[in-house]
Design a binder for this molecule. Structure first.
Ligand code: PMT
Length: 409
């Protein structure tokens, strides 16, 4: 039920806007109050009068209306709700959200809000699969925007495929799920997650690094935080955004990453998903190494980096109760990962294939094997966010079981 919940429904300009009328009914039946923002394009498909009659509230459209601003400014409008729902979320409004535009009331409210946002996309199949929309949706997901749908099916434009807006009941269910009091089985637990690559300086302009994007590690940090853990994310240099709702410490080198992990103090959970460079330059040059005509290329002497996972796994009073490592392998994946778990002394290791053909580095999906003292579990190929939620769920389960039940997990 949605008793007492306040929904701000943003209706953008798509043929699916007619379903938003039905959505208002469904939400009110479940006990929510609904206030509507209608875009100029949305008003070509549904009238303010229909939205007003069904929501029993006035409809907001004009950012520059003096009455709107004096009675209810756009900032207040964006804050006076428990959830913002964009339905239909057209390619245009998703692009404006991803670009941070504030060129009408709907976009401004979405930019100004501090509340969760759920988008129900609706558009032609080619618009939905266009690289620009795919990138915009990815950006929005990384910023924490929630999505429901779209569904597959026949469209008003006589094409078939993904792009139909979810049915009002499905959207109402998704809203209920989002607003349900979240279970926080990891409340009170402190976690450190490492993510991304490290950069080891050769000289002020060159470095040793790898292709890690941070997507897997960042998703794990978010998933642990969603289950109530107090998370510090220690991230190497990545181009994705810091996840909302947790602390991110930015580092470059393995030495800095280790120092940041140790500075977190006593923790219960460590997840080492970073791709730490195994070696660093023994003597990084303080100035740019010059190419000299007629001389042989310089040779690079390397020194091993500290092993962060092995350091955190060392037995002692400071050891986290659960240390999870990752194993990135290009051959003999599971056998090498089992060996790595033992060598590094961690409790669990998540093995993934990083051969270029698999596309794990930087990709959206991952196929992992969870290796613990009780054996090897093969997980199906999942989106990195789903791998993260599943891993966080397993971590929560671990802490809910008595110590000797580990073998049965
Ligand atoms: O970032 P993405 O693009 O999303 O890609 C995700 C990922 C492939 C980077 C991630 O899923 C992953 O596999 N991370 C671990 C990569 C790695 O360095 O694996 P490894 O097998 O070389 O190291 C084993 C473990 O030791 C890892 O937990 C690593 O963090 C840790 N390690 C390694 C070296 C070192 N000096 N210190 C460490 O702590």
């Amino acid at each position: 039920m949605l008793k007492g919940k306040r929904i701000l429904l943003i209706v953008a300009g798509g043929i699916a806007a007619f379903k938003s009328l039905e959505l208002i009914r469904r939400l009110r039946e479940r006990g929510a109050s609904v206030r509507c923002v209608l875009t100029e394009a949305g008003a070509k498909f549904v009238t303010p009068l229909s939205l007003q009659a069904l929501s029993e509230d006035r409809v907001y459209s004009d950012m520059f209306s003096l009455t709107d601003e004096s009675e209810m400014g756009h900032i207040q409008l964006s804050r006076d709700a428990d959830l913002l729902v964009v339905a239909p979320a057209t390619a245009n409004i998703l692009a404006r959200m991803a670009g941070g535009l504030a060129d009408d009331l709907a976009a401004t409210v979405l930019l100004a809000t501090d509340k969760p946002v759920l988008a129900a996309p609706a558009m032609n199949v080619r618009m939905w699969t266009h690289a620009a929309t795919v990138a915009n949706v990815e950006t929005l997901k990384q910023r924490g925007i929630h999505f429901v749908g779209p569904n597959d099916g026949a469209m008003a434009c006589n094409e078939f495929g993904p792009g139909r807006m979810s049915e009002p009941e499905e959207i109402a269910d998704a809203i209920e799920e989002l607003l349900a009091p979240a279970e926080q089985p990891l409340a009170g637990k402190r976690a450190v997650v490492t993510s991304g690559p490290t950069r080891e300086a050769i000289d002020p302009v060159r470095y040793i690094s790898n292709h890690s994007s941070g997507k897997q590690g960042h998703a794990i940090a978010s998933a642990l935080a969603a289950l109530g853990a107090d998370v510090a994310l220690v991230s190497g240099p990545v181009s994705i955004a810091d996840p909302p709702g947790l602390r991110t410490v930015h580092v470059d080198s393995a030495d800095q990453m280790l120092a940041a992990c140790l500075a977190a103090g006593r923790i219960d959970i460590a997840v080492c998903a970073a791709a730490v460079a195994d070696w660093k330059a023994t003597r990084p040059s303080g100035s740019k190494i010059k190419k000299k005509a007629g001389t042989a290329p310089p040779s690079l002497e390397l020194t091993p980096n500290p092993d962060i996972l092995a350091t955190l796994s060392k037995p002692g009073p400071q050891r986290p109760a659960l240390v999870v490592g990752f194993a990135a392998e290009t051959e003999n994946l599971v056998a090498n990962a089992i060996d790595k778990r033992q060598r590094k002394g961690c409790d669990w290791i998540v093995a993934n294939d990083v051969s270029p053909a698999v596309g794990t580095f930087g990709g959206e999906r991952n196929t992992v094997h969870l290796i613990s003292a009780s054996g090897v579990e093969d997980w199906p190929t999942l989106a990195k966010g789903e791998v993260a939620m599943r891993l966080a769920g397993r971590i929560a389960l671990h802490f809910s079981l008595p110590p000797k039940a580990e073998a049965a997990e």
